[in-house]
Design a protein around this ligand. Structure first.
Ligand SMILES: Cc1cc2nc3c(=O)[nH]c(=O)nc-3n(C[C@H](O)[C@H](O)[C@H](O)COP(=O)(O)OP(=O)(O)OC[C@H]3O[C@@H](n4cnc5c(N)ncnc54)[C@H](O)[C@@H]3O)c2cc1C
Length: 453
């Protein structure tokens, strides 16, 4: 499958754009990647100092789609794939200033103090509860209706702040959690649907998708370097500020402050939906106005590294703070418990998240104020007596995670209308198709393969 007489522009060199470019290269196509910043990788960025390694963007991905394994295989980079240690299966939730393991089965579910007795017994009735009728019902009402309020408060709410830095009131399951939504749609119940799914036979390809958590040896930037090597630096243009695309005679003319105008037959757009009209001014007209309608949550990510760890045993993936607990943190990832060489022997590396839809104003705090807040919270939650971190690095992401909320169907409809009207234009990015790294890899691959059809 090649398209070799066509020239393709890929906009954005984050994980989605680089994955797309890699598969275009693999199929021997003519393409150029345009990136606004001076570096590639988008939000993925690994840092190192002494024996500490930390991320200032995504920390862990899930191998929930076959495309993740396929990317490492196709890159011949299985040697750098790092899956999290088995301790990652243990996840903590804070309740009354104490960390409790999230139940992993019926027995621990029965004894956990996280959920009410009413909801523990109520689960038995879940298969018999009526199906919802509102396709735009929010996650809060969806979960309350099927599972009960304590499960919403102490499992789903912290999960939503951990993944989306968002709120169950905003998230619409149909768009954000389509698999969960379809369990009710198809089978009338989560329990019945999950049992059904377990019985389905999986193809060899489907078996590549697992529940495992991944990073790369030395951090996620290693994956970005592998992609760059395979794509070839000569095909990637950085510093492309003020990038603008015009449409003339069924072709796309791409220009930026650092590149001469170049003509392309096809364009893959992977940057934010928010900036779509700056890049494509000709789309800023009815009926496409909703294409840039996207809500982001803001997050401060704080890497805290200790050379000696003598507090709460970090025997898990991390700890999440339910909204009900009114804490200043959203969650803490125990990075050095998941992956090798994140902290010196006997030390620890934590990734701490602040802000989100709950507390966006915390991103306005000065570094010093944020440092005090994180210190107080970590001392209280992880029972740290002697708070003397060697690494304390703050990264503020003002447009961190897109929320798949009520604006989503409007944005998707506009994307579809644009793609129907402009042949050769393919719109991706994390405003469509999911926010996780697995979603981004899947989308990048599909965009490249679809453009070749
Ligand atoms: C703080 C944080 C934590 C996260 N944690 C996780 C996690 O633990 N697990 C997980 O699976 N996912 C996580 N995510 C989500 C995941 O990181 C992202 O969805 C994914 O990396 C996005 O990749 P992308 O290529 O779609 O977008 P981006 O990484 O945003 O890349 C888009 C690229 O386009 C460039 N660009 C923008 N505008 C233009 C323009 N006009 N012209 C040219 N280039 C342009 C940008 O500079 C950027 O390089 C996290 C995200 C954030 C922000």
């Amino acid at each position: 499958m090649t398209n070799s007489n066509k020239k393709i522009a890929v906009i954005g060199a984050g994980l989605t754009g680089l994955t797309a470019a890699f598969y275009l290269k693999q199929k021997k196509n003519s393409f150029q990647v345009f990136e606004k910043e001076s570096r590639i990788g988008g939000v993925i960025q690994t840092h190192q100092k002494g024996d500490f390694t930390w991320e200032s963007g995504p920390s862990t991905g899930s191998i929930s789609k076959p495309e993740v394994m396929e990317l490492f295989e196709d890159l011949k980079a299985l040697d750098v794939l790092e899956t999290a240690k088995s301790v990652s299966k243990n996840r903590y939730i804070l309740k009354n200033n104490k960390l409790h393991a999230l139940p992993s089965g019926p027995v621990s579910g029965f004894f956990t103090p996280l959920f009410s007795w009413k909801d523990k017994f109520g689960i038995l009735l879940e298969p018999f509860r009526a199906k919802g009728s509102d396709p735009h019902e929010n996650l809060s009402s969806f979960v309350k209706r099927r599972l009960g309020s304590s499960i919403l408060d102490y499992a789903v709410d912290p999960f939503v702040s951990g993944v989306y830095a968002g709120s169950p009131e905003t998230i619409i399951p149909r768009y954000a959690l389509p698999k969960l939504y379809s369990l009710e749609e198809q089978y009338g119940s989560f329990i019945k649907g999950s049992i059904h799914k377990l019985k389905e036979t999986k193809t060899t390809r489907e078996k590549k998708a697992t529940k495992e958590v991944f990073s790369a040896k030395g951090g996620l930037s290693t994956l970005i370097h592998k992609l760059e090597e395979a794509i070839g630096k000569e095909s990637i243009h950085t510093h492309c500020e003020n990038l603008e695309i015009r449409y003339e005679n069924n072709q796309y003319i791409v220009s930026s402050s650092s590149t001469e105008p170049q003509i392309f037959d096809q364009v893959i757009y992977t940057a934010s939906a928010k900036n779509i009209f700056e890049v494509f001014p000709f789309l800023n007209t009815p009926p496409y106005q909703d294409a840039n309608q996207i809500l982001y949550t803001a997050v401060a990510e704080v890497a805290v590294g200790f050379s000696q760890w003598e507090a709460f045993p970090l025997d898990g993936f991390g700890a999440l703070m339910p909204s009900k607990e009114n804490r200043d943190l959203l969650g803490i990832l125990f990075m050095s418990s998941l992956f090798e060489k994140r902290a010196p022997q006997g030390g620890a590396m934590l990734a701490v998240f602040v802000g989100g839809e709950r507390r966006p104003e915390l991103l306005e705090l000065s570094d010093k104020e944020l440092q005090n807040l994180v210190e107080n919270e970590l001392k209280s939650i992880l029972k740290i007596q002697n708070f003397k971190p060697e690494i304390f690095e703050i990264q503020r992401h003002f447009n961190a995670i897109p929320q798949y909320d009520i604006l989503t169907p409007k944005r998707m409809a506009a994307f579809e209308a644009i793609q129907n009207a402009y042949p050769g234009l393919f719109l991706g990015g994390n405003g469509v198709g999911g926010i996780g790294m697995a979603d981004r890899i899947k989308q990048g691959k599909e965009l490249a393969l679809n453009i070749l059809k």
